[in-house]
Ligand binder design. Structure first.
Ligand code: GLA
Length: 727
């Protein structure tokens, strides 16, 4: 609920459990007054303290009044160069070369429903949303800044976006435009980020804020494996069930900056948005720029509640699932089984061995097109390789469909190999500056998606494939970071737009595909989880979580991912052992337990499994299908922290009405004389009694407080699932 006190110019956004407030003060400066547990409201500006601080300047209109400084007051959207020396939200440069932005409140507007952003991902929905737009202006440069707020009360979700409009007569260079600025007047905060590298994404890192700026960012053109555009600010004492925390996600798949600043007065500013690195956007008179959406959830009750609110909001109001309400198929992917070496017979063999085990979608991965026999060539030539698939997709797909399976295909549309017909015809379609050889990544170059003709060509190529056969799924891959970012189609003074235009270009093609193929399920991928962000989820309902399919490494990867993103978004497969990334061998049972807490599928040659393994796989797919709704749409509870190297990693899926739960556990490395242990459960109804794996009856409060006794594990990395039903 948005409450506007027009007389006092106080704007209060209430969600189910939180309250957010700002106020335009007597100088039209928009102050941030509160974000925290839900409170009744009123004007919270009494909390703001005014004092003269050395070297903190005072706005001109105050005369010699020294107690008021933009440098010390909590700002809703920080200014630049006019007296606030903390992180600026915006920076622009008119023709005189000044880089000053002094934003003052002009007006506001309230709307029912949710605003949308053209060409950008955004949360969506109906009248359960409210929108507030606050207009601010820099009077000298005649720049209008619109701050958008979307409120989804039941999810504690506040979305923010920013639109900058050049209302003057000069051309202005926009050099920075954050999506979110949050000044938090609170002591003792930690900053949590999710970091890693290829094949080991989203490791949780937590550290107390210390004076100065701490930040994570991407300058790779994608959101990256290395840092995720989701961060948390929280109390030192915050844990799964207690303490205040703020989660902030950027709906953006390119260069981002997430920075937390501890200020001279021991307050904090969080800034999240497109990275100012190599960013400069020209705004001619009348033109506007829209910064991507950011999503905020504050939880007064720890990380668990924050994550569950993000999961629900992402599932119900961000992801656009082509089969909404229907179960997504359990898939078999041939990549780890064959890599580039296959032909139609081999693919049909894999599908034939998978179908009787309950697998429903066959995905043909890399290697089916052009001269793609290794990763040295072929990207860009989206034409079936008739040596491998003599009858083309027209012959292959019906054979897969005859087995009762649907068919999916791998593509990597943003890339080009130098050894390809496309590159030979259009070398300037690859990003790269003149007289400067580009660096290669996985021996490939990046197509310039900022260019319309490139997007058009690729869209047509994708359309030709999709129209040639009955294809229900696409894995959209992207296997290198952007370097040598320079576009042959942009003038020298507009090269600072290319990184962002690239991302907008990717979004445009994906949106077009979605619109033209509404039934198509697209899975995002970037060498696994190199572009696992809330922006991509708007176009691709699921994303391959990591190229690392080792079940034990996956415990940490999926744990880190779960802080923002729901199970239904996490691409996760069982692969062969010894694992291709780690050499580790883990039982098929444990691999299944870990993979089924994601989108679930297999990525191995099932024809090579023993009869016992095949029986297990059959049981696993049947079990997953039977509990699909609970796992994919239930509430997720983390029961342990795999980064603590404890004796086990455990988590639970609980149905919204709490009448059903699935508890999953994987033990750690075994040791002799291990102690007797119990696992305290979470998320149950204390007043209900539960059967565990069909037996007994234990009250929910007992299972949560006293826990469930764990069996003795006789080997490393054993697993256990407990299925609980209310009796
Ligand atoms: C990337 C993907 C893999 C696989 C290969 C194919 O690494 O993440 O799953 O598709 O490309 O080349």
């Amino acid at each position: 609920m948005i409450v506007v006190d027009s007389e006092n110019r106080v704007f209060t956004l209430h969600t189910q459990n939180t309250t957010y407030q700002m106020k335009a003060d007597r100088y039209n400066v928009l102050l941030h007054t509160w974000y925290g547990p839900r409170i009744s409201g009123g004007d919270l500006s009494y909390l703001i303290q005014y004092a003269d601080r050395g070297f903190s300047p005072n706005p001109n209109e105050l005369g010699n009044e020294r107690d008021y400084s933009l440098d010390t007051l909590p700002q809703e959207y920080s200014t630049c160069g006019v007296g606030d020396f903390r992180l600026p939200s915006i920076e622009f440069e008119p023709e005189d070369g000044s880089r000053l932005a002094d934003l003052r409140y002009v007006e506001h507007e309230l709307r029912r429903g949710k605003y949308s952003l053209e060409g950008l991902p955004a949360f969506w929905g109906g009248d359960e949303w409210e929108t507030l737009i606050i207009r601010m202006e820099d009077a000298s440069a005649k720049m209008l800044v619109e701050l958008y707020y979307g409120v989804l009360e039941a999810r504690d979700l506040i979305t923010r976006a920013v639109r900058v409009i050049n209302r003057g007569e000069q051309t202005v260079q926009l050099r920075r435009c954050a999506s979110l600025c949050l000044d938090v007047q609170r002591e003792g905060l930690d900053f949590i980020t999710f970091d890693g590298c290829h094949a080991l994404e989203r490791n949780l890192n937590r550290s107390p804020l210390r004076p100065g700026v701490q930040s994570v960012e991407s300058v790779r053109g994608t959101s990256s494996h290395h840092h995720n555009p989701f961060v948390i600010l929280c109390d030192h004492s915050a844990d799964e069930d207690h303490g205040l925390c703020y989660g902030a996600a950027l709906l953006y798949s390119g260069n981002f900056l997430a920075a937390a600043e501890r200020t001279q007065l021991e307050n904090n500013r969080l800034l999240l948005g497109v990275n100012p690195y190599h960013f400069c956007w020209t705004l001619f008179p009348g033109e506007s720029f829209t910064a991507p959406e950011a999503a905020l959830i504050c939880s007064p009750g720890g990380f668990g509640q924050m994550s569950r609110q993000f999961h629900r909001a992402i599932r119900d109001n961000l992801i656009r699932d082509p089969g909404a309400g229907k179960r997504r198929p359990v898939l078999i992917n041939n990549w780890e089984a064959t890599e580039f070496t296959f032909n139609a017979e081999k693919l049909v063999d894999i599908a034939r061995s998978a179908a009787p085990l309950g697998l429903e979608l066959f995905v043909m991965d890399d290697g089916w097109f052009g001269t793609r026999d290794t990763d040295l060539s072929g990207l860009g030539d989206w034409i079936v390789n008739r040596k491998k698939l003599p009858g083309g997709l027209e012959a292959l797909v019906p054979r897969i469909r005859e087995l009762g399976m649907s068919f999916g295909i791998w593509v990597e549309p943003e890339m080009v190999s130098e050894n390809s017909a496309l590159y030979r015809a259009h070398p300037d379609w690859a990003l790269g500056a003149p007289r400067r050889p580009q660096s290669r990544g996985r021996s490939q170059l990046v197509l310039d998606f900022s260019r319309k003709e490139v997007r058009e060509h690729i869209y047509r190529a994708m359309k030709d494939i999709l129209d040639s056969a009955d294809i229900s799924y696409v894995k959209w891959d992207m296997n290198r970071s952007l370097s040598d970012v320079w576009s042959a189609a942009a003038s020298a003074d507009r090269q600072g737009e290319v990184f962002h235009r690239y991302v907008l270009g990717v979004y445009e093609v994906l949106e077009r595909l979605r619109r033209d193929y509404p039934q198509l399920l697209i899975e995002g991928c970037s060498g696994g989880g190199g572009r696992f962000d809330a922006g991509m989820l708007y176009y691709t309902p699921q994303i391959w979580c990591s190229d690392n399919t080792d079940a034990i490494d996956r415990l940490r990867i999926q744990y880190g991912t779960s802080f923002c993103y729901p199970v239904s978004a996490m691409g996760s497969h069982v692969s062969a052992v010894p694992n291709a990334q780690t050499g580790r061998s883990v039982s098929i049972e444990t691999r299944g337990v870990v993979a089924m807490s994601g989108t679930f599928g297999y990525e191995m040659d099932l024809g090579r499994c023993t009869p016992e393994e095949r029986e297990t796989i059959k049981r696993q797919t049947a079990f997953f299908k039977a509990h699909y709704d609970l796992i994919q749409n239930g509430d997720y509870y983390r029961l342990s922290d795999p980064f603590q190297d404890g004796p086990y990693t455990a988590w639970a899926h609980v149905s919204p009405n709490k009448r059903e739960a699935l508890v999953c556990l994987v033990s750690g490395a075994v040791r002799a004389a291990s102690p007797f242990r119990t696992l305290p459960l979470r998320g149950l109804d204390p007043a209900l009694a539960y059967q565990v794996n069909g037996q007994g009856s234990w009250p929910g409060d007992v299972l949560m407080e006293a826990g469930w006794p764990l069996p003795m594990f006789w080997d490393d990395y054993q697993s256990m699932q407990l299925y609980l039903t209310a009796v």
